[in-house]
Each structure stands twice: as C-alpha cells, then as structure tokens.
Design a protein around this ligand. Structure first.
Ligand code: GLC
Length: 752
C-alpha cells in the first residue's frame, strides 16, 4: 500500500514538474517577445539560404550576400538553411548570438531526406520495405549525423501522396496510399525527433508540402492541383494529420495552388484547419520563394500584397522570398497587417528554438569531434545496408532464375548503371558527397569470387556528366559499346542488366512525359535478349517505370530503386539469395504512361468492367490493368493464405480479422500480409479497395502462423465533403493477401 502511494506521489510530482517546465518555457517566450522590437520580431520570420562560408572572410561584397550578413548580425534573421558542418554552423551562430541585441540563436535547417552523410535508399524505396521500425531507424541515423554537423531542423518527411509516376518527386514520398503514407510519416517524424528534442542528436522535423503538391496536373512539377474534397480529406490530408499527431514541430506549405488558392496564401489550410481544428502548435515555413510566387500565380498584385496574404493565411516563416523582412513593417504601419499575427508566428518559432535547447546552449550542436566520430559511422552503414535489402522488390522470377548459383557460372554485368556510383544516391543527397555508393558491379564482384563476372557498360545513359541542379542530357545517338556488350552477353551463362534512370532524372523539377527506359537502354535490352535470354534485369530508378516489353520477355526483374551508399552490397545479397527479397510496391507500376494516374484504390464508377461491349469505363487500345499492382512483391519462397475469419464485437466496436499464413516454399522468408476493406455502400462513394493494416511476418520454410488484424471505426470510417469523419454501418468486404490482388475475401455486415 505504502509503495503504491509513494509511486503515485512520485508520478504526480514528475507530471507537475514537466508541466511546470512547459509553463516556464512559455513564460520565457512571452518574456522575450515583450522585449523585442517589431524589426526583431520580423527578423525571426526571415530565413536565408547560405551559400557562403562564415568561417572565411565576410561574404563577397555583392549586395545580396552583404545584406544577409548584416541582417544576421543585427538579429534580422531567424533561420538559415544549407549551412554545412559544425564549424560553419558555429561561426554563423556566433555572428547572430554575439552581435545582435538580444542574442537570439538561429535555427539551422537542411534537406535531410534519406540519410545525411550516410545516404539511405530514397524514401519511395524505403516505403517498399513496409518496415516501420527500419524506416524510423533510418530517420534516427540521419538525425544523428545531421545534428553532429550542427543542424537542428530537417525539411522532412515529405508526406505528399501521389498517383502520377510522371512527377519527379514521387521518389521523395511514400507512394500512393494514405494509410501506408500515414504510418511512414509517423515513423519518420519519430525517428527524426526522438523523445527529446533538446538532445544533441535529434532534429525538429517538417511535414511537407502542405498541401496537394503530389496532385500536380499532368505530373508537371509546381503545376495546378485541382482536387475534390473527398480526395483532399481522404487521400491528401491523412498523412499530414498523422505527422501532426506524431508531434511534428514544423510544416512547410507547398508551391502549388490548391483549388485556386496558392497553399502559401491559403488561410483555410493553415489557420483554420492546421492551427485551428488540428491544434498544431509548431510553425509553418514557406517553401523556397513561394510567398513571392503568389504574384506569378495571379493571387498577389505585388510583393507587399504577397507578404500581407501569406501572413494573414498563417505562413510563419519566409524561406528566401525576402518579402517579410522588407515589407511587413510598412504593412503594419499602413494597418494592412496585424502585429498579433506577427507575435503569434514569432512565439511559435521561439518555442521550437526553446525546445531544441538552443537558448540553453546555442552551440550544443557544434562539436567537431562528435562530427568526426559520427558521420559515416560503420553502424550507420550497416543500417543503410539493412534498409536497402528490405527495400528491394522482386517483380518477376520466371523459372526461378534467381537466386544465382554461387559458383561455376559466367555472369555478364551490363548496363550504363552497372558501375554507376552516383545515381544510386538519388536526387536528395546534398548533405553527402557524390560517387560514394557501392555500385552493383563493385558489390557483386566483391561478394562472390567463385563465379566469373565481367563488366560492360553497353551504352552511356547521359551525354555529359551534370552537376546538381542542371538538367540531365540523355544519350540517344552514341551506340559505342553496344556490340562489345552483346558479345559478352553471348558468351556468358547469365546476364545481369542494370538499367533505369540517372539519379537526376527524378526529384524536384524532374518530371518526365515518358516513363519508359530512357535513351538507348531498350535497344540494348532487346539486343542482349536476342543473344542470351537468361537476363536478370536490375532496375535503378526514382519512379515507377512502364516496361511492358521487359515484363513480357525478361525472366527475372528486380526493382532496386536508388538504394543509397550500400546499393551494390544489398543487390548482391539478394541476387545470391542470402537475403530473401521481401519488398512490396508502394506505388502502382503503369503498363503505359497513357494509363496515368493509375492506382489501386480507385472508385468503381457506374460502368465498371470488363464487359463485352463498348459502354464501360475502359480504353479501346489498352487494358485497365497496371503492369505491377500496389503491394506486389515476390519472394524466393511462396506463401499461402487460409482460414480467413472475421468477428464483430459490438460492445467495443471492433472487428477482428484472423488469417493463417504458411510458408509453402523452400526458403525461409518474410511476407508482408496486407488487410484491405471495401465499404460497399456509402453516402460518399468509397474505393474498391483500401489498405487498412499490414504485418511483416518472418516464416521459416514450412512454418505457418495465425495473425489477427483489428479494425475500428478509425479504419472503417471516412471523411465527408465537409471534412467531418463518419462511420456508416453496412456491408464491408474484408480482404487479405500478399498484395492488393488479395487472396481471400469475406463480406460482413458491420453495425453496432
Ligand atoms: C525546395 C523544395 C523543398 C525544400 C526546400 C529547401 O524547393 O521544394 O522540399 O525543403 O526547397 O531546400
């Protein structure tokens, strides 16, 4: 009894202490705000990118750099991005803290998107692992390395859902599904922020791009997004809400207009929904220059008007449009802007800096010894390798061409990406160095010395070697090397063909109208196939590709995305069968770009098919079916699903779904069992299928397991066109399987 009272008292005191600390921080923010001039407040809302090295001489005397330097010195900058290295951050922080009147520390942001120095697989690849623990750990490792370099804020996770493989930034997200995207958003926010934001190995995270950016018309980056309310509330917003509920400390609004209003100036999105209904307490940063871009959008008449609209809409910090710092003071003086809005923005920004511990010690993230000790740490590479293996998706394996025999085989490794050490790093590797990936050739030749491996490039993929951020010029003419590659293929037992996209063919500003193999790669593929059909096609790409010929003719196809620094080692372990592939597609692969947007959770329409007539929803020249469907991914073993059983508990309003999964093949393996529902009759029509649960199961060969999923109103309900969540009793299809082409289904009437 006494022990119980003691424990309760201790707990009660710690809660009080915690709340008290929280109140103290809020008081400190209020107290600091009360001392600030209007200019200093506006300075906190101003963010610059750094292209100069603060440790060197003062920036070049061109006006642009000099003004930034002066603004930092005078407390007119709240944040910097793109400052790299503990030393540089320390020097820049000193300029602000030791020169400005109130010594308010800067917050340093950076695009830590998939790893920092140790580059992890691109986010779309990580999503293919469906491994929330590994994804969270990847964000954790990235935070450790970025924080060791002095950074305290990452512009990640990008949680934009997209159904359009033409859009370059699908590489940066979690694919087409809001449920998977929400779970991954939570994992990434938790990984970046940890459980103590003031620790010197965690980062404030940023849910971006709010909102609708992934629905850019025709897949063109920055293009208009015009979506219905049902798609907005049920597809686009859920991952943002999940990130907010996971405690993400910042949001970034998006470049696009959403239903006629640029997101940066959208008061409903930012003030009414995010800060109001969702009660978000962090701050919102604009995307690069997006405040000023409202002029081009035709929403703002000029710079002052753009600043006025953005502030009113709830955009707290201005990334690189320089409009807040130059316009807000006069807008206040003219009565066109409210100082209360400025105070609210500044309090949000100061609170995050407080929680990061920057007021306690502005230099706590700037320890060069830690930096040296932690970046590229062997444990980080091991985590990157683990993530890479889990991200690989086996798309096809006819005749079990894979796994490779470990001896006595001559294997040709061919293709423009076969020995590319750069493209596997993907587009967002700014924090690291170029050409540090283990190439497929390096990984394969290092992994097994008992087979005879030979390398041939076949064709060059690009005409010249671009540096970021220039456009990639694809080689369509120089066939030099093709004959040599064909000769090598002809005399080899098997061919590993490494084809796909250059690392800068996807990412921001890199949409493609054609999502086939770029350049001369298809010609190379067909010429190789003509002399040796024993091809293992290893794809290295940042988006779903349309590869109908390959699917028709190539016996084994492996989706290896852009796997980061450990690419070659991960591919080798999988091709040799020492890691049995377990990845599942987070995004549908079209058969043809003409099918885009194509996704699994489509609506049935009033004229579903197929029908032996013309009057149904279809193309006359192409099937409706994708090349590879959402959730698809094979293994070297096979899995059987049986004994689907659902039961409804009316008291606690839960549906349990039991399933038996058996490993019926010859290899131990991991299966990602997926649970889908269909609400068959609803006031707002529901998709034919919606992912509402998944579980990674490791099963030894012959082993079977019973797994139970649970469904509540949270999974069974949906948002109506006013954004109100609702559950409607009625018939539901409950479906389970190893992909969205589910094996078992049962219709149940759910009512309580
Ligand atoms: C970019 C991107 C955004 C990124 C920001 C800072 O234009 O849209 O995702 O975080 O600028 O680099």
């Amino acid at each position: 009894m006494k022990k119980g009272i003691l424990i309760f008292t201790l707990l009660f005191c710690s809660v009080l202490l915690f709340m008290n600390m929280d109140v103290k921080k809020k008081d400190k923010v209020e107290e600091l705000l009360s001392k600030m001039t209007l200019e200093e407040k506006i300075g906190q809302m101003n963010q610059y990118s750094s292209f100069f090295d603060a440790t060197g001489p003062a920036p070049k005397n061109d006006g642009y750099q000099k003004e930034r330097y002066e603004h930092i010195k005078n407390g007119l900058v709240g944040s910097m991005l793109n400052v790299r290295g503990a030393k540089q951050v320390r020097e820049m922080q000193k300029i602000a803290v030791e020169n400005s009147r109130l010594g308010i520390p800067l917050i340093f942001g950076f695009d830590v998107i998939h790893g920092h120095k140790t580059v992890f697989p691109i986010p779309l690849a990580e999503a293919a692992s469906w491994d929330l623990e590994a994804i969270q750990n990847g964000a954790r490792v990235a935070a450790i390395e970025a924080a060791a370099e002095g950074l305290n804020w990452t512009f990640a996770p990008m949680v934009d859902i997209s159904r359009d493989a033409r859009w370059g930034r699908v590489m940066e997200g979690a694919g087409e599904d809001p449920y998977l995207g929400s779970q991954i958003a939570i994992a990434r926010v938790t990984g970046f922020q940890g459980d103590d934001l003031s620790a010197n190995n965690t980062l404030a995270a940023c849910a971006k791009h709010f909102a609708g950016y992934g629905f850019a018309e025709s897949g063109k980056d920055y293009n208009t997004a015009d979506v219905g309310t049902s798609t907005l509330y049920n597809v686009i917003l859920p991952p943002f809400k999940a990130a907010k509920d996971a405690g993400v400390r910042t949001f970034m609004n998006s470049f696009n207009e959403l239903n006629g209003i640029p997101a940066t100036g959208d008061k409903y999105l930012q003030r009414d929904l995010l800060k109001g209904k969702w009660n978000f307490k962090g701050f919102i940063v604009s995307d690069w220059g997006s405040i000023g871009e409202m002029i081009a959008h035709g929403h703002a008449a000029d710079g002052p008007h753009a600043a006025e609209l953005a502030l009113r809409a709830g955009s707290d910090m201005d990334m690189e449009s320089h409009l807040y710092i130059h316009q807000l003071k006069s807008l206040i003086e003219q009565g066109k802007a409210k100082e209360a809005h400025i105070d609210e923005a500044v309090k949000r920004i100061l609170q995050v800096k407080m929680d990061l511990g920057l007021f306690d010690d502005p230099y706590k993230y700037c320890d060069e010894a830690r930096e040296k000790e932690l970046i590229y740490h062997k444990d980080h590479r091991a985590a990157a390798l683990d993530m890479a293996k889990k991200s690989i998706v086996l798309l096809k394996n006819e005749g079990n061409l894979l796994p490779l025999k470990k001896e006595g085989e001559s294997i040709a490794i061919i293709g423009p990406l076969a020995n590319d050490k750069n493209s596997p790093l993907g587009n967002w590797r700014l924090g690291s160095e170029d050409n540090i990936a283990v190439s497929v050739w390096e990984g394969m030749s290092e992994y097994n010395k008992s087979n005879k491996l030979e390398l041939a490039q076949g064709v060059r993929l690009i005409d010249e070697n671009p540096n970021f951020p220039s456009h990639v010029k694809i080689n369509y003419t120089d066939k030099n090397g093709m004959d040599e590659a064909v000769k090598l293929a002809k005399k080899s037992d098997k061919v590993i063909l490494v084809l796909g996209e250059h690392g800068y063919q996807s990412g921001e500003g890199r949409s493609r109208s054609d999502i086939g193999l770029p350049g001369l790669q298809q010609e190379l593929l067909e010429k190789i196939h003509a002399v040796n059909p024993n091809i293992i096609l290893v794809l290295m790409n940042g988006r779903p590709l349309a590869l109908p010929w390959a699917d028709e003719n190539v016996p084994a196809i492996v989706e290896a995305w852009q796997l980061g620094i450990e690419t070659g080692n991960a591919v080798a372990e999988v091709l040799y069968g020492d890691y049995n592939p377990s990845g599942k597609l987070p995004m549908t692969f079209p058969r043809d770009v003409g099918q885009v947007p194509i996704y699994y959770n489509y609506k049935n329409t009033g004229r579903p098919g197929p029908k032996n007539e013309v009057f149904w929803s279809h193309y006359t020249d192409m099937t409706n079916d994708p090349l590879y469907h959402f959730g698809h991914g094979l293994s070297y073993t096979t899995f059987k699903y049986s004994n689907l059983k659902t039961s409804i508990n009316k008291e606690n309003k839960k549906v349990t779904v039991e399933i038996t999964i058996k490993n019926t093949g010859d290899y131990d393996g991991t299966e990602i069992a997926q649970l889908y529902i269909r609400d068959k009759v609803a006031t707002i029509t529901r998709p034919v299928k919606e992912l509402k649960g998944f579980q990674k199961l490791e099963l030894k060969k012959g082993e079977s397991v019973n797994h139970t999923f649970t469904l509540t109103e949270k999974e069974l309900g949906y948002f109506d066109n006013q954004g109100e969540f609702m559950f409607e009793a009625g018939d539901f299809d409950i479906m389970v399987g190893g992909s969205s082409k589910t094996e078992l289904s049962e219709t149940v009437n759910i009512a309580w």
